[in-house]
Design a protein around this ligand. Structure first.
Ligand SMILES: [Fe+2]
Length: 131
């Protein structure tokens, strides 16, 4: 099961967020519950040291600089954890699709970091993820 592939930190994060989601939106459909539990599963593609998570958040405040840095240095193994963090939505969606989860769940995972989302359930997921 994909959920167990995640680090304990990401498992706890997912469960905590699911609780908050169901508190705010008890009507959330099953596909959304699956997405909430697995939205960050793509991070399991690599054992990411905690320092990289901090760097990822800090660089995320300057997305142009972040993208340029990764593009310029993408061959450097030192940056591989940051590339996984940048790509985790796509990786997680691919894993969810391969595991047979619904198209809706795959969509929510793939787009959970999209800016200016118009999909209401995606907005719910993003709001909880930003708490
Ligand atoms: Fe994420």
């Amino acid at each position: 099961m994909l959920f167990w592939r995640q680090s304990r930190y990401d498992q706890a994060h997912a469960i905590s967020h699911l609780r908050e989601l169901l508190h705010l939106h008890p009507e959330a459909p099953l596909e959304m519950i699956h997405a909430m539990l697995l939205h960050d599963v793509g991070k399991a593609a690599y054992r990411i040291p905690p320092l990289y998570r901090v760097v990822h958040v800090l660089l995320g405040r300057a997305p142009h600089v972040y993208r340029a840095l990764l593009h310029r240095w993408k061959q450097k193994q030192l940056l591989f954890p940051l590339i996984v963090l940048q790509e985790h939505s796509r990786i997680g969606a691919e894993w969810a699709a391969a595991a047979g989860l619904s198209e809706r769940t795959v969509y929510l995972i793939a787009h959970h970091h999209d800016e200016n989302a118009r999909d209401v359930e995606l907005q719910w997921l993003q709001r909880v993820d930003d708490l």
